[in-house]
Design a protein around this ligand. Structure first.
Ligand SMILES: Nc1ncnc2c1ncn2[C@@H]1O[C@H](COP(=O)(O)OP(=O)(O)OP(=O)(O)O)[C@@H](O)[C@H]1O
Length: 695
């Protein structure tokens, strides 16, 4: 391995691993077996956090807020909720919550903790993620949930009264929902001094978070008689899992996908037993890496013999995501090629090697153009450490960084930029408004978002009819939009469908837009795939095409063979049906009557326009290459090749989202009549701006 790799000087191992990997096995014997249970108990006790059990419980007892800093793998996520339960924080019908920024982590950690506690998932230990609730009222006492779901729960129960203790995990990730939660929990603590907050963070972000909780005015928190300390306690948990040896590239690599594939092959050739986890940035480069490994298997079979390649990204159906947790068959080596969804909180038992490209897809929002883009950007040192931490969780491991040590030490930023400072804030603002926070600019943020982004969000919400002249939620529209757990633009589209008599169709479209893709594509099958898509393609655009696919799926009796023949993702369609059912229930609750327009495409497109008018684009007059300009900011955009309107290029379109690669591409596009923009948002557009194009 030496021709390419140079061992690094990053922190050596800390924890003694005298038991090697002996206690751990990759099979999953039944959790009821005594052997499994006692081995799990021993594993729990050897985690670094175990030595701090008493200290943690003491601090939580005596402090309103406890900040726990610990390295990845020290056991924060899986152990602290159990310690709290064991100490009685779940007695008397109270619930302990633990939030995570990512859905997959919520599910994985909940099932691990249920296994450690020897209970069935969904009973004492459960989880809730958007559109999926595996908890039982009055039974679930340790609940894992995404930070976004906890925020939603505040709409029904603003003081989160059922929780005795809330652990905000992975706070260093600074997801937008975590930041909002931190601000709101500070407020809640004034009203509920008995509530305990535990904030866990892997990095120096802890200092910032601590300062944030210290600077507060503690009005109303007068509980000295309880012996409660109001200043946050900080506890540093020393130690992590097993040693991870870090290796750096000797030279910068020109193509990280190719370099990742070469490294996988090199590890497979030279290194001993153990699975490999590769971090790339998104479905596109993951698909390429999978393809390259498959090609290698065809041309040079012996280099890949025994390798099982598995992609992992959020758009993948759940059943496929879960495959990565399955034990690796004897004599084989699993290669999981993932986005940063595997970066925190996940333990993939067999992983010994991590390959880190040094990049991830990150959201960047430009308030001037009002465009939010997913861009491939360098990760931070904190992320790099988290990635390396995925090796060495159950035995010593190695991490191969596809960048130089010099780059890591001197060029890589120490921390990422909090999501709230690089996002479109429309969803965030409406949530705060729904929680009665009127002075958004004056809200106590852990990191302030830019005033421009705030103003943009207020403008959009105003033009959607969600906020009134005093920037308060309108009644009923504003409250209804806030009730629907989707992007407010989609929620507004659903609301508008009520007037247009097409709520059945629009709810289907909303369900499809909520998942990444309903298609199965891939290199080598492009022609078949294009032909399959043509069978459903609608001249009006992608949204109507989705309706055709949905109809076909129902007519086939929800058949998986039908999906296979048509390159439609069966699991994704099942998810669509599930989400659709939930959206129907929410729609009915907020007074939307379920009606079908029986194929009247015009009303469907008008309802889409009512939500997405701000994303309108016009084909450039003399464009021969399909260039559009956004009406709002005059940005150059193109229809994505995956759209049924690619090369059709209608004059006026509305898009659902933008992706940026070599160009800015519009995904999920529908053609419209410009006069509908004026109907939908007269205060947003003026006739001058909508002047038709002349060829
Ligand atoms: N599913 C699992 N299978 C086997 N071991 C596991 C599993 N989940 C956790 N563990 C063990 O528990 C350890 C601690 O995991 P935990 O998620 O609690 O750590 P953490 O400190 O929260 O790390 P991170 O910051 O990465 O989430 C792991 O390193 C691993 O040894």
């Amino acid at each position: 391995m030496s021709q390419f790799w140079k061992p690094g000087t990053e922190k050596p191992r800390i924890l003694d691993d005298e038991e090697g990997g002996v206690l751990f096995f990759s099979g999953t014997p039944s959790s009821s077996s005594g052997f499994r249970y006692s081995s799990i108990e021993k594993q729990r006790q050897r985690l670094p956090v175990y030595k701090y059990r008493t200290a943690i419980l003491y601090l939580v007892e005596t402090h309103a807020t406890t900040i726990i800093v610990g390295e990845t793998g020290s056991g924060k996520t899986t152990q602290i909720p159990q310690y709290l339960k064991e100490a009685g924080w779940a007695d008397g019908g109270r619930v302990i919550a633990c939030t995570q920024p990512r859905r997959l982590a919520v599910q994985a950690v909940a099932s691990r903790v249920a296994e450690e506690m020897g209970v069935k998932l969904g009973e004492e230990v459960g989880y809730t993620i958007r559109f999926e609730d595996l908890t039982k009222p009055d039974v679930t006492v340790v609940k894992f949930l995404t930070d976004g779901v906890l925020l939603r729960e505040m709409m029904d129960d603003p003081l989160l009264t059922k929780y005795s203790a809330i652990m905000i995990d992975e706070a260093h990730e600074r997801s937008i929902s975590t930041d909002i939660l931190l601000g709101l929990l500070k407020k809640i603590q004034r009203r509920r001094p008995e509530l305990r907050l535990i904030i866990s963070s892997a990095t120096i972000e802890a200092k910032l978070i601590s300062a944030f909780f210290q600077t507060r005015k503690r009005r109303g928190l007068e509980n000295e008689e309880l012996g409660l300390q109001l200043e946050p306690a900080i506890l540093s948990v020393e130690g992590r899992g097993f040693n991870v040896q870090i290796n750096y590239a000797e030279e910068p690599v020109p193509d990280y996908v190719q370099a990742a594939v070469s490294t996988v092959l090199l590890i497979h050739e030279k290194e001993s037993w153990g699975d490999i986890l590769v971090f790339l940035t998104g479905q596109d480069d993951i698909d390429i890496a999978v393809q390259l490994l498959n090609e290698e298997a065809q041309t040079n079979g012996k280099n890949t013999s025994g390798l099982i390649v598995m992609p992992l990204y959020s758009g993948l159906p759940r059943a496929e995501q879960e495959l990565v947790f399955s034990p690796t068959p004897r004599g084989k080596r699993k290669v999981v090629i993932s986005t940063n969804i595997a970066e925190t909180s996940l333990t993939l038992e067999g992983v010994v090697y991590v390959v880190d490209s040094g990049f991830s897809k990150q959201k960047f929002y430009n308030p001037t153009s009002d465009i939010e883009n997913l861009v491939v950007a360098p990760i931070s040192r904190a992320s790099a450490r988290q990635r390396a931490g995925r090796a060495g969780r159950v035995r010593p491991g190695k991490c191969y960084r596809l960048y130089t040590e010099e780059y890591f030490l001197n060029k890589m930023p120490a921390e990422g930029i909090p999501e709230i400072q690089r996002s479109n804030l429309v969803s965030c603002v409406i949530q705060l408004k729904a929680l009665g926070i009127d002075n958004i600019l004056g809200f106590d943020w852990p990191a302030s978002p830019s005033p421009e982004a705030m103003i943009r969000a207020l403008e959009v919400l105003y033009s959607l009819g969600v906020l009134d002249d005093d920037a308060k939620l309108t009644s009923p529209a504003g409250f209804q939009v806030a009730e629907i757990p989707l992007d407010p633009l989609i929620s507004k589209m659903i609301l508008a469908s009520n007037q247009f008599g097409c709520s059945e169709e629009i709810i289907t479209i909303a369900a499809v837009l909520s998942i990444q893709s309903i298609w199965i594509s891939g290199r080598g099958i492009q022609k078949d795939f294009d032909n399959a898509k043509l069978r459903f393609a609608a001249a009006e655009g992608d949204h109507v095409t989705f309706l055709n696919v949905y109809k076909g799926f129902l007519q086939s009796g929800k058949s998986s063979q039908w999906c296979h023949r048509n390159h439609v993702n069966y699991h994704a369609m099942k998810k669509v049906i599930e989400i659709r059912e939930q959206l129907k229930r929410i729609a009915q609750r907020i007074g939307i009557s379920l009606k079908s327009c029986d194929g009247d495409m015009q009303v469907i497109r008008k309802a889409v326009t009512a939500g997405f008018f701000a994303n309108a684009c016009r084909l450039e007059a003399f464009s021969h290459n399909g260039m559009y300009k956004t009406i709002r900011g005059s940005q150059e955009v193109y229809i994505h090749p995956s759209s049924v309107l690619f090369r059709v290029n209608p004059k006026w379109v509305i898009y659902h989202s933008l992706v940026s690669t070599d160009r800015q591409y519009m995904r999920n596009v529908i053609s419209i009549d410009p006069s509908w923009l004026l109907e939908a948002a007269p205060h947003f557009y003026n006739l001058q701006r909508l002047k038709p194009i002349t060829h």
